[in-house]
Ligand binder design. Structure first.
Ligand code: GLC
Length: 433
């Protein structure tokens, strides 16, 4: 069976199991977030909320709304690096020394297993139960991303899928395949003052891993299968990786594409420098922000180009977690609950074009207006088939192996065949330990 079908089939089975488990539980309705006020003491408490750089203003507006509803809780906003890997490492240092300097933090959906195991996150089950917080009105994938060993360590704030952004003043027919992308990027580069045909994330970091995962998946390749077997050494993965390298080494991407993360992509994109760009959902927001963007009104979104097996996106997203060493777990929970609630997520969607995990928000007219994608049924469908990264407490190690070996292909230091052999050996050794 082609790999992509396996991924989809596994996904469907997974969802089915989750659904059955969810149905067997006792789920009350989500509490109104105002209810938290009633138990509030008069004492004023300040909690620190840490998130990666947010260029959209969504975080600030969420904090403002939260503080209005919970006047006894002040939220101090701590900005962390934009790079998820750098954020991760700072938290590991912080929580590794049992620091209580941060109370609530945004966790990447790849962190829950590791942070649960390392005892960095506070279990949320007792809070969820006490407040009858309803998990059922969220998509399953992001809820499951916060669940490890049958317990909930995080609640989703928004989910991410990637898209091909394109300039509607240059083309009406965005490329459907990687080969068409290469052709059109070469041909259209230079039109309407653009300098580049295409932008993506080629820097050696987690974002590059997501670019890699989706391009290999579009050719039918994957890293680890559902039984934890390393399956990376396949003709499909080699083909996808070769395509990735061909693009990275082309003349239609910036010469320093191997330094590009999401922020560099966004800056060059809104400056009007490129015809096409790969980025997450949120770039809808800055693309159409007239105050910041040179290309407002001239941007639309298409699925990520397809390989031999179809188009895929990596599944991304962020969850709210509580530092196990927080001195204010109750107040921290109120913030987590707010951020994950329909109300909190709606703010994120309106201000930051963040894709909600609360399914009903896609029918909300204000949300639909905020991001053209949110009213598009194929977008919502796309979110539900996005390809997850391997779920493992040693995910950082897995990612680092991929980062190093794939980077050496993008720079031309080794072939795709050599890289998959190296990754296979190193991943097997890491998983065996
Ligand atoms: C986005 C995704 C996150 C991913 C990161 C990679 O923030 O939401 O899941 O790890 O990009 O840069």
């Amino acid at each position: 069976m082609p790999q992509i079908k396996k991924i989809l089939l596994f996904g469907v089975l997974y969802l089915l199991v989750i659904f059955m488990v969810a149905c067997s539980g006792d789920n009350g309705s989500e509490t109104d977030s105002n209810e938290g006020n009633e138990s509030a003491s008069d004492e004023q408490v300040t909690i620190v909320y840490a998130t990666g750089v947010d260029t959209t203003g969504a975080t600030e507006s969420q904090i403002e709304a939260f503080e209005q509803e919970y006047p006894h809780i002040n939220v101090e906003y701590r900005e962390m690096p934009a790079d998820t890997g750098q954020q991760h490492d700072q938290y590991v240092t912080m929580f590794g020394s049992q620091s209580s300097e941060v109370d609530v933090y945004n966790g990447d959906i790849i962190w829950a297993a590791e942070f649960a195991q390392a005892n960095y996150a506070l279990e949320l089950d007792r809070f969820i139960e006490a407040d009858s917080f309803n998990l059922d009105n969220h998509f399953d994938g992001p809820i499951q991303a916060g669940n490890y060993n049958g317990r909930q360590w995080a609640l989703p704030i928004y989910m991410n899928a990637s898209f091909l952004y394109y300039r509607t003043d240059i083309t009406d027919t965005p490329p459907a395949t990687w080969d068409e992308l290469i052709e059109q990027a070469e041909e259209m580069q230079g039109e309407e003052g653009t300098e580049f045909g295409y932008l993506m994330q080629g820097s050696q970091y987690e974002g590059m891993v997501t670019n890699f995962i989706e391009i290999i998946a579009s050719y039918g390749g994957s890293v680890i299968d559902e039984n934890n077997n390393v399956v990376i050494n396949s003709p499909e993965t080699i083909k996808g990786l070769e395509k990735f390298a061909e693009i990275a080494q082309s003349d239609f991407v910036p010469g320093n594409i191997l330094n590009f993360q999401e922020i560099e992509t966004e800056n060059a994109w809104i400056a009007g420098d490129a015809v096409f760009a790969r980025n997450w959902t949120y770039m809808q927001s800055s693309s159409n922000d007239e105050a910041r963007s040179e290309v407002a009104g001239n941007v639309d979104i298409a699925p990520i180009p397809a390989g031999d097996e179809g188009s895929t996106s990596a599944l991304g997203g962020w969850m709210a977690m509580i530092n196990r060493y927080s001195e204010h777990p109750e107040e921290s929970w109120e913030l987590v609950k707010f951020l994950a609630s329909e109300e909190g997520q709606k703010k994120g969607a309106l201000e930051g074009a963040r894709a909600p995990t609360v399914e009903s928000l896609y029918n909300d007219p204000e949300v639909q207006e905020a991001g053209p994608l949110f009213s598009n049924p194929s977008f919502v469908e796309g979110l539900s088939v996005a390809v997850p990264r391997p779920v493992s407490p040693i995910y950082p190690e897995i990612s680092e192996i991929i980062q190093i070996e794939v980077s050496r292909v993008l720079t031309g230091e080794q072939t795709a065949e050599e890289a998959v052999e190296n990754m296979e050996a190193q991943l097997e050794a890491a998983l065996e330990e």
